[in-house]
Design a protein around this ligand. Structure first.
Ligand code: HEM
Length: 518
């Protein structure tokens, strides 16, 4: 009996010794997450503090039970409390949370760090493995394939569509002297129409209902994404498939049916258009970059399919990705820009004056060159996107041991999470960061700022492909609106309830009032 106790005690001691030894390299309470070390043996905390977890399981369950606004606020609170980049340990993985530009630069410009972080897997049920979520050879090939569809000449053609959609948007209110506008409701419809017509070559005028259902279902996709972020038990795809996926199947079907429908429609239209083009094409014309005819991004993919470079599944992946990346982000950008115009009457007037001085009253002549003259509006939009970045978080994952310039050594599988929202409001780089001030983007005021303190469109090889597209779309609608209406405030900045999603989301119905200009 005594002997039995002795054996048990010895075994227990060995186990405890083993766990202590293991704990040096793995955070055992975070379910064996590999630990971050330092190059010179300094304590990790001296470089990256670690917030105390809510339970004994490190930071695994810190988000559990919070709603989407709570999840959003959690990171804001930690950024303020830690004051610098910090480290947390969640289920089986270290997470390096980044709010300082030096490390943002290192991560975004490092060719070894192109693999997206773990949470991008949570988007794959909706976006599949397209440009945004893929890595390695697949990503390289697709990026190369799609890059030229953002060529200047093609954007020039898209500008015509932005103008037509903007005209339709303002026409809805032209007969009323004043109208209350729900931006949350109307702007996403505008941006979805625009992306479908530009990138997909399909007009949604006869598909309004399908478009509305797609947008509603995409909101549920975002909820499902946050649900997985909050609950580490659903990190693994197997667990998600067992316990979460069946509730999400219905709205995912709506999203995928919509994109399949768009692809089918475009295939028919393209076949007709190509035939017409072949009939009257000059020998050295490039059908992709033809100034007289429109060529949608989706056409590039359909043509690549004919050359055996992509299959139907691949086309669906990229259409789902481009559609989402192109509509939700610009929709948030426009919503916050219009809200800010309403809240800052003097700045709205400066935008209006600039438009009056530089843009012909006949907007049918509006082109990219004219848009580039609006320097004040540029700064206004930049400042709005600083305060409300449509992509408030970006993530990468180390695939091998990675040494950072600050001396931290990240083991393979570490999540590098760039908190763009906190970076853009980091008081070390932004004076009075909560204040709205477009003039911080004047050249003389930006000169001394770290280049990577402002990365709303990311940077480096995985930067946003649609940056120019987005700026054109945003500017065009703002010009159409400002030419005809004064924008008065309804929703105030302090009333906004921001919350986490794939993009920055807002719980409120954001509203402004349009009053016809005399
Ligand atoms: C205000 C509008 C927009 C903002 C703030 C924005 C921001 C971003 C950011 C931050 C990324 C990097 C994401 C990451 O690394 O995880 C990104 C990637 C991307 N964006 Fe945008 N975006 C906008 C509009 C658009 C539009 C209009 C399109 C397409 C028409 C687009 C297409 C893409 C694509 C395809 C990627 C993935 C690039 C890659 O991984 O190679 N974006 N965007």
């Amino acid at each position: 009996m005594v002997c039995g106790w002795c054996i048990a005690t010895v075994l227990l001691s060995i186990l405890i010794y083993w766990l202590i030894k293991i704990n040096e390299n793995y955070n055992i309470l975070a379910f064996f997450a590999r630990r971050v070390h330092t190059k010179d043996g300094r304590p990790v905390e001296s470089i990256a503090p670690t917030p105390k977890g809510k339970t004994i399981f490190a930071n695994c369950f810190d988000l559990y039970g919070k709603d989407a606004a709570g999840v959003f606020q959690h990171s804001r609170h930690l950024a303020k409390e830690m004051g610098t980049n910090y480290l947390s340990y969640s289920l089986g993985t270290a997470m390096y949370m980044i709010i300082e530009p030096e490390i943002v630069e290192f991560v975004l410009t490092n060719p070894q760090l192109i693999t997206k972080g773990m949470v991008y897997n949570f988007m794959k049920s909706a976006l599949r493995t397209g440009l945004l979520t893929s890595t390695g050879k697949k990503w390289h090939t697709r990026r190369k394939m799609i890059t030229h569809t953002f060529h200047f000449n093609i954007l020039e053609q898209f500008e015509e569509i932005f103008k037509a959609e903007s005209q339709k948007f303002v026409d809805k209110f032209k007969d009323q002297s004043e109208s209350v506008i729900s931006l949350t409701d109307l702007i996403p419809r505008f941006t979805l129409n625009s992306i479908c017509e530009t990138a997909m070559g399909v007009n949604l005028d006869e598909m309004t209902e399908e478009g509305d259902r797609y947008r509603e279902s995409f909101k549920l996709v975002e909820q499902c994404f946050v649900k997985r972020i909050k609950n580490p038990l659903q990190y693994s795809d197997t667990m998600y498939k067992l316990f979460g996926a069946k509730y999400d199947a219905h709205f995912l079907k709506v999203v995928h049916d919509f994109s399949s429908n768009i692809i089918a429609k475009r295939r028919i239209l393209l076949e007709k258009e190509l035939q017409e083009r072949r009939d009257d094409q000059l020998p050295d014309d490039d059908i992709y970059i033809n100034k007289k005819r429109r060529f949608a991004m989706l056409d590039t993919l359909i043509c690549a399919e004919k050359d055996g470079l992509i299959d139907h599944e691949g086309i669906c992946e990229e259409v789902d990705t481009l559609m989402f990346a192109g509509y939700d982000t610009t929709s948030m950008g426009l919503t916050f820009n219009l809200m800010n115009l309403s809240l800052h009457e003097d700045m709205q007037e400066m935008c209006y004056q600039e438009i009056s001085e530089n843009i012909d009253d006949d907007l049918s002549k509006l082109d990219i060159n004219q848009l580039s003259k609006l320097k004040y509006m540029d700064r206004f939009i930049k400042e709005t996107i600083r305060m409300y970045p449509s992509a408030p978080v970006m993530g990468r994952q180390t695939t091998s041991e990675t040494e950072l310039p600050n001396g931290l050594i990240l083991p393979p599988g570490t999540q590098c999470v760039i908190h763009v929202y906190d970076l853009h409001r980091n008081p070390k780089y932004w004076n009075a960061p909560e204040q709205f001030d477009p003039d911080r983007f004047l050249p003389e005021n930006s000169m001394d700022r770290h280049n990577f303190a402002y990365v709303p469109f990311s940077a480096g090889q995985r930067n946003c492909m649609g940056q120019k597209y987005a700026m054109l779309e945003i500017k065009t609608l703002l010009i159409y609106i400002l030419k005809q209406f004064k924008i008065l405030p309804i929703t105030k900045a302090e009333d906004l309830i921001l919350h986490s999603g794939i993009t920055l989301c807002v719980k409120n119905d954001v509203k402004v009032k349009f009053v016809v200009r005399k």
